[in-house]
Design a binder for this molecule. Structure first.
Ligand code: ATP
Ligand code: MG
Length: 329
């Protein structure tokens, strides 16, 4: 079986974007691939986090991974900080990554603009930690959204550079391209992506939003002065809602356009909201059940870390030897 690695930051509550762009697709991969799904808490502290909140968000994220249907028997689900090999390999890879390469990363530039008061070295070297995450497990495929493509490209460059010096140490991973229509945009600013760290709550729908809240946010979503429910570049708001509707219902854009021909935006938005509610309600119910089951969660946390650690050690030991670290006695 081919191996897949992916992760999510516990930097906020999971959004509909994370769900449709990543999580939902992950559940479809679990039978065909060997998957590791990490909760990348070490990445999350590149931006200042409140420790109490971060711990809660990490726990919530684990519960949400499970609630959407990721099976802990089929996948390795774990916290990044519980597997120290990530940090160890990241340090080594940092020494094989150029400043110039990191400087070109658009996410770094974006985050610098957003967090001008805290432009720390971790934010800068974020991509080498991400490379370590992926390369530690000899990953074949990485399902990433468009926003992570550049980082994956860099991971490949680092792997190839290292292999070029020391022989075949790392598998060079490929991007796993999921189905289209999975890029969800911010509801009130549909030209930028929906992001869980967005301060404007009306821009995002979270996995845990109440049905009423979802309907309300939908109502407030930005549209345009036209009245036609049609997918078009000049109609980013309506196009975004159409994509969401189709991703959730499995309908095609053409089918949806036909369904809402002449219906008006109000009717359309209500239908999108209801479709999203129907999709998320069972997930929310599962979350409640899982939250009541602390022992079960603890067992997953423990065994996930053990399984990941065992795999990670194989690669790390090889790398340490290649670069010339003395063997442990
Ligand atoms: P942050 O704002 O903290 O970066 P985020 O919402 O971008 O949060 P990440 O943890 O960076 O979330 O990404 C988790 C996964 O979700 C990645 O695979 C990413 O590509 C995907 N993703 C994030 N936002 C969207 C979106 N709007 N549409 C589709 N996929 C998304
Ligand atoms: Mg992101």
């Amino acid at each position: 079986k081919k191996r897949i690695f992916s992760g999510m930051q516990p930097s906020g509550v999971i959004t509909l974007g994370n769900y449709l762009g990543a999580l939902k697709n992950w559940t479809k991969l679990q039978d065909e691939y060997d998957c590791l799904y990490c909760i990348v808490d070490m990445h999350a502290i590149t931006v200042r986090q409140d420790p109490v909140k971060l711990r809660k968000q990490a726990k919530d994220l684990l519960v949400q991974y499970l609630a959407v249907g990721l099976d802990p028997e089929k996948n390795i689900i774990y916290y990044q900080s519980h597997v120290p090999q990530h940090a160890e390999l990241a340090w080594i890879l940092n020494c094989y990554t150029y400043m110039g390469e990191l400087n070109r990363m658009t996410q770094f530039k974006d985050k610098c603009a957003k967090h001008a008061d805290n432009i720390n070295a971790g934010l800068f070297t974020y991509p080498s930690l991400m490379a370590a995450d992926i390369l530690l497990y000899q990953t074949d495929l990485v399902p990433v959204g468009e926003d992570q493509r550049q980082h994956l490209e860099l991971t490949r460059d680092i792997a190839q550079r290292f292999n070029g010096i020391y022989g075949d140490v790392f598998k060079v991973p490929d991007a796993y391209i999921g189905k289209v229509g999975a890029r969800v945009m911010a509801l009130q600013e549909p030209t930028k992506k929906m992001s869980k760290s967005d301060e404007n709550q009306n821009n995002i729908i979270t996995l845990m939003d109440d049905p009423k809240v979802i309907m309300n946010k939908m109502k407030r979503a930005m549209t345009d002065s036209d009245t036609e429910v049609r997918f078009a570049e000049e109609k980013p708001g309506i196009s975004n809602l159409l994509s969401i509707y189709c991703a959730v219902t499995g309908k095609t854009i053409a089918e949806a356009e036909k369904e809402f021909a002449g219906a008006g935006y109000g009717t359309f938005k209500t239908a999108v909201g209801e479709a999203v509610v129907a999709e998320l309600e069972p997930v929310q119910k599962r979350v409640k059940e899982l939250e009541a089951n602390k022992d079960y969660l603890d067992a997953i946390i423990k065994s996930g870390a053990e399984k990941a650690s065992r795999l990670a050690d194989r690669t790390l030991t090889k790398v340490q030897k290649k670069v010339g670290f003395p063997p442990r006695i």
